[in-house]
Design a protein. Sequence first.
Length: 313
Amino acid sequence: MPTPRSALAGHNRLPPAIPPPRAVFDVAAPDGAVIRVRLYGEKRPVRVFVSHGNGFASDGYFAFWRHFLAGFEVAVFDMRNHGHNPVGDPAFHDYQHMIGDIDRVHRAVAAEFGARPSAGLFHSMSAQSALLAAKELGERFDALVCFDPPNVPPDGPERAAMLAYLDRLIAWAGARRETFANPSELAAEYAASRSGRDWTQHTRAAMARAVLRPEGEGWTLCCPRAYEAAMYEQGIPLQLWPRRCDFAAPVKLIGADPARGRASPTALANRALAKAGGFDYAAIAGTSHLLQLERPDACAEAAMDFLTKVGLR
């Protein structure tokens, strides 16, 4: 059972736009990892869970998940060794442990605040972890919305594109800058990058604050670059190419735009996965893999439409 904390615990880590959580508590894994869960919104009939992609943190997605605060109870958490969580043993920084974390967080929130219908809204690495958890541990969520999971196809041109994409990310993450004088330096790097230039200025600032922690006289990445690179590398042999019939609960794939110029390989892979697996699917026009940071309103609307369709709104 998690130990509830004051709603102000950890509040000094939140960007100004994010309201204080109603409750904050830690969920401990058997290997010693700690997952800090923040609960937002009033008690509602339906609860949504939100998490993020590799190397990022959920506070940086606030422009997306703020849309759910009025109608849902929102449980926000970072994947192990990211964001609000302490850095643990690298030997346990892998998909198998993240699968257990998602299951453990869902059960802990239900035990502490009551069981109710729930949906998982997960991006990239956390979406892959949620799909694997549903297949391996049983389905806890009544619906899953998976934003652009970077699954590698078993064959075809999309497979080659994804393998090359992950190889590039492994090299980039392994060499990325780890320390900063302040978060504004990282926000400026986001603004200058191909991926970050389409984010709003507020999102760049919020994400920079979410993925850095104070250390000494400066700031350092919450998720060490070696951990980030390791997850990209683990994505190559993951063999996650499911079919809709593998899941009892509804699943929606919301992908990056495959028609965009220089489309992300993940956009092409998700279109292929939806076709091969028979998934409910939508692509968000004009977006890359970081679609919730680029068009948060459109991503929230697509997720809301799906939750309405399956009776969770």
